[in-house]
Design a protein around this ligand. Structure first.
Ligand code: NAD
Length: 469
């Protein structure tokens, strides 16, 4: 029998090449299959070596790689597999909305077009301000957007010339690492270097700590709750912190109440309320409160009116005042069933009136439970919305036709995203203008991060020439 060995020879040649490359750069070859390493130190070494190679390549290669990543992550079978996996692995969110978020991240994350140079010219010559890479960035990703954060950060960070070491949430590692693998395959398919995007097979808090302290990591980016943001900001390194929110939706008497009711329910229910930008409580002027609730009910809200049932629900989702992960990202029907509340089949969100200091109002629940607080007038509403946002500077929504009050709210609340007369997701480019991000950096001020957030500003001065004015 004749066996064609050409394919095998090619594989052996490739392995030998990668061993040579690995030995030169101190990268172990025992792991690192498609960017996934057993050991954090090895992952960092591999990314460090890959970034050096990356710097030698033309910018056209960056564009090709980013185009390939977008295309791969949008492929129907890949996108569906990832979103199904995310729902199954994390037990949170819903498939259809995750699919929308996946396409959003792949399509609307800015690439290299985001990196605009600046120039000064005059008698003394030409000075250029360029955006250069940091090197290797350590990125910590949340459970709530496990694939979207990997896609969004990879595109932005690679566009700026960096390599990325991901520390995914342990409870979303399968989904996150599957994305890392697909991104590596996409990069490889256009001839880009291996291991520009890496992760570890079994991430832990300890491996994140190793990453944060490692001298080869020049920048950190944390997307998650207050703990991880504090952790990266205490690292002594340049860090971007994209932290928690508790977005209020304020409705005044001038608003289009029918539209406000629909928009609030749509925004709140998106991916079972997992997004950090999603409406977490409603503050409404008394005069229009009943009509708003009526309209919310028209769009799938189920109102609970019995105070005892409301308090029992709060105890169930926040036992002893602490948020239970068991209900985060679950559907309204699941939560209602667990609480023994009968709801119609088409229920999308559980709503209830509550006092401003109720646990359901002040906690960032990340589930389709939406408390409603009445206020006497819009001024009281602005005061309360600012209080409930807790100074997170994350997201707020307001439905109003009063330009003065919209302006006042936006000045007072100081959130990174302020959506007027739309659902919260308009703030990340769904039915609203502008690019998308899944890392909204309120605490450190980069805002809706994009490639330029992951670049260093460098000045390059040519004295006495190239002024052609
Ligand atoms: P989380 O804080 O539990 O975890 C986020 C990541 O940080 C995970 O990878 C986790 O392993 C890691 N981590 C947690 N504590 C750490 C520590 N002390 N040291 C090192 N690593 C640590 O968050 P989550 O439940 O996965 O996500 C939900 C939270 O994230 C919500 O508060 C939400 O508002 C926020 N979030 C913010 C944004 C944003 O862009 N601002 C986006 C998504 C989610």
């Amino acid at each position: 029998m004749n066996i064609d060995t050409t394919g095998i020879e090619q594989i052996v040649k490739k392995v030998m090449e990668s061993i040579d490359f690995a030995e030169e750069n101190n990268v172990p070859v025992v792991d690192g299959e498609c960017g996934i390493f057993q050991d954090m130190n090895n992952a960092i070494d591999a990314a460090f070596a890959a970034q050096k190679e990356y710097m030698k390549l033309p910018l056209a290669m960056r564009s090709k790689m980013i185009a390939a990543i977008r295309e791969t992550m949008k492929k129907k079978d890949h996108a569906e597999t990832i979103c199904q996996m995310a729902v199954e692995e994390t037990g949170m969110g819903n498939f259809e909305d995750k699919l929308l978020k996946q396409y959003l991240a792949a399509d609307k994350t800015p690439g290299m077009e985001d990196l605009m140079a600046e120039a000064w010219t005059g008698d003394d010559g030409l000075t250029l301000l360029e955006l250069s890479p940091f090197g290797v960035i350590g990125s910590i990703a949340p459970t709530t957007n496990p694939s979207e954060t990997i896609i969004n950060n990879s595109i932005g960070m690679l566009a700026a010339g960096n390599a990325v070491v991901f520390a995914p949430h342990p409870k979303a590692v399968k989904t996150s690492n599957y994305c890392v693998k697909l991104i590596n395959e996409a990069i490889k398919s256009v001839g880009g270097p291996a291991n520009l995007i890496v992760s570890t097979a079994a991430p832990t808090l300890e491996s994140s700590q190793v990453m944060m302290a490692h001298p080869k990591i020049r920048m950190l980016c944390a997307t998650g709750g207050p703990g991880v943001v504090k952790s990266v900001l205490s690292s002594g390194k340049k860090a971007i912190g994209a932290g928690a929110g508790n977005p209020p939706a304020l409705v005044d008497e001038t608003a289009d109440i029918e539209k406000a009711g629909k928009d609030i329910v749509d925004g709140c229910c998106f991916d079972n309320n997992l997004p950090c930008i999603a409406e977490k409580e409603v503050v409404v002027v008394d005069q229009v409160a009943d009509y708003l609730i009526f309209n919310m009910k028209k769009h799938g809200a189920f109102e609970i009116t019995d105070k005892k049932v409301i308090d029992a629900l709060a105890d169930m989702v926040c036992p002893e005042g602490r948020l239970s992960r068991d209900f985060v990202g679950k559907s309204a029907k699941y939560i209602a069933a667990a609480a023994g509340i009968d709801v119609p089949e088409d229920t999308r969100v559980l709503i209830m009136e509550a006092p401003a200091d109720h646990l359901l109002v002040v906690e960032e629940l990340m589930m389709p439970i939406l408390p409603i607080v009445r206020v006497a007038n819009v001024d009281e509403g602005i005061d309360l919305a600012c209080e409930l946002e807790h100074g997170n500077r994350h997201t707020a929504i307001m439905h109003s036709k009063n330009v003065d009050k919209l302006t006042e709210m936006s000045k007072r609340i100081q959130t990174t995203i302020f959506v007027k007369n739309g659902p919260s997701y308009a703030g990340i480019g769904v039915g609203g203008e502008g690019y998308t991000t899944f890392t909204i950096a309120g605490p450190t001020g980069e805002g809706l991060t994009s490639a330029k957030s992951f670049a260093r500003r460098r000045r390059c001065v040519l004295v006495g020439g190239f002024d052609i004015k």
